[in-house]
Ligand binder design. Structure first.
Ligand SMILES: *Cc1c(COP(=O)(O)O)cnc(C)c1O
Length: 414
């Protein structure tokens, strides 16, 4: 069976975990945690990063930091993972679900303004498949109505938003995004040399909203089993974020020697991961570029091989918005109907290939359907019925990739 996903190990994970264990510092916020956080801050321009035990946790921290109160409204795409909404529901928010674009699973930024009311507190764009939402439009709405923006960047590590008009056609614009602009002063000396500095034009996803949440779940590009990170771009939130992260205490300040005792000062939870998890993540970070390059190779092969069938109208390929880069988190197809999708998934399964679909529209989920205001979200429902994800992981062998492509072709080329 060709699996849908296989977690990739770079080889140093156990070594760094051993190091964490034998230095005797097992709890959170130690050397590996700080290394990972500094790396992301430097490479992607986040003001402050805090590792968390999941992206769900990072979203929960964001919901607390946004000071969401019962009855506050939060605008969230319906086509997303449960956690995006759940984190805000736990704070008592009313979720106002937004539709996707017709041609892209991302939230339709042109339809957000109609959803804003005096109770709206925040917008939570999800960068689906690591491809940017229309952040200029979303940030302009946030400015106009004084709202907070929390980017769900769970899938968006190492991806960018670049609204500059492309010069010399889309392809060459995209090529130029790959060019590494080396900038010595972007890298603090504490960062391993194997990690390159900020390498592309544009702003990194997760650096644009007030807050952003990343995932290192084993299905994402870089992983720690379960794991996540809160990126804080608005400095007003940094101090409180550290307190919420450490069970509502000012322990982080204490360890920096800024106060001489620490205690309970706010709400919070134990959101920080153990050093063992951070050590694992560090081994992944060291190979980030290599992982990204390999995933992009696979992605490009799928795209090029399946384009002739897409041109004939059998399905649609992923659309990369002109302001977005592709971090090759996901390769998906959009079929014309639920029946067609089921047929394709079944044919793949008969050939020992596991392809999967997601998400079930959150606005009609068993938990939320009675609370939803009844608006029809047609694009979201269409993606829920018609989108299928193909296997994409570092160790996907070329012969397996070709087999997947041939199997798909066999469905249409009779
Ligand atoms: C994976 C994912 C999450 C949840 O991440 P965890 O680290 O498993 O909590 C949230 N939102 C989106 C869009 C995701 O893809």
């Amino acid at each position: 069976m060709i699996p849908f996903n296989k977690p990739y190990l770079t080889g140093k994970e156990a070594h760094y975990m051993y190091e964490a264990v034998f230095t005797g510092k097992l709890s959170g916020n130690g050397m590996f945690t700080q290394r990972c956080q500094a790396y992301f801050e430097n490479r992607y321009g986040f003001k402050k990063c805090l590792l968390t035990t999941s992206c769900t946790d990072a979203l929960e921290m964001a919901a607390i930091l946004c000071n969401i109160q019962p009855g506050d409204e939060v605008i969230i795409p319906s086509y997303t993972f449960v956690s995006t909404a759940l984190a805000f529901v736990r704070q008592g928010a009313k979720i106002v679900f937004a539709d996707s674009q017709a041609e892209h699973p991302n939230i339709d930024a042109d339809k957000i303004e109609a959803l804003i009311t005096p109770r709206t507190k925040a917008i939570v764009p999800v960068h689906y498949a690591g491809m940017a939402c229309d952040m200029d439009k979303i940030m302009a709405l946030a400015d106009k109505y004084n709202l907070l923006v929390v980017e769900d960047a769970a899938q968006a590590v190492d991806s960018f938003y670049d609204p500059l008009p492309p010069k010399g056609g889309l392809e060459s614009a995209r090529e130029s995004l790959e060019i590494i602009a080396t900038s010595e002063n972007n890298t603090k000396p504490s960062i391993s040399n194997s990690c390159s500095p900020l390498g592309v034009r544009g702003r990194s996803l997760g650096s644009i909203g007030h807050l952003a949440a990343f995932s290192f779940h084993e299905t994402k590009n870089i992983i720690s089993g379960e794991g996540g990170m809160l990126a804080i771009n608005d400095e007003r939130f940094i101090h409180r974020a550290e307190i919420i992260w450490e069970k509502g205490t000012n322990r982080a300040e204490f360890f920096r020697g800024e106060v001489n005792k620490y205690g309970w000062v706010d709400i919070g939870s134990s959101f920080l991961p153990s050093e063992v998890i951070a050590a694992f993540l560090w081994a992944q970070i060291e190979h980030l570029d290599e992982i990204q390059n390999k995933r992009k190779e696979h992605w490009n092969r799928y795209y090029e091989a399946l384009k002739p069938l897409a041109d004939k109208g059998y399905f649609k390929l992923p659309l990369i918005p002109e302001y977005a880069t592709n971090n090759a988190h996901m390769f998906y197809l959009v079929l014309p109907s639920l029946e067609e999708r089921t047929r394709l998934i079944n044919t793949l399964k008969q050939n020992d290939i596991l392809a999967v679909f997601h998400y079930l529209s959150l606005h009609s989920s068993p938990y939320y359907t009675k609370k939803h205001d009844g608006r029809v979200l047609a694009n979201c429902d269409m993606f829920a019925d018609c989108l299928v994800r193909l296997p994409l992981f570092y160790e996907l062998r070329n012969e397996d990739l070709e087999k997947i492509i041939e199997t798909i072709k066999s469905v249409y080329n009779k």
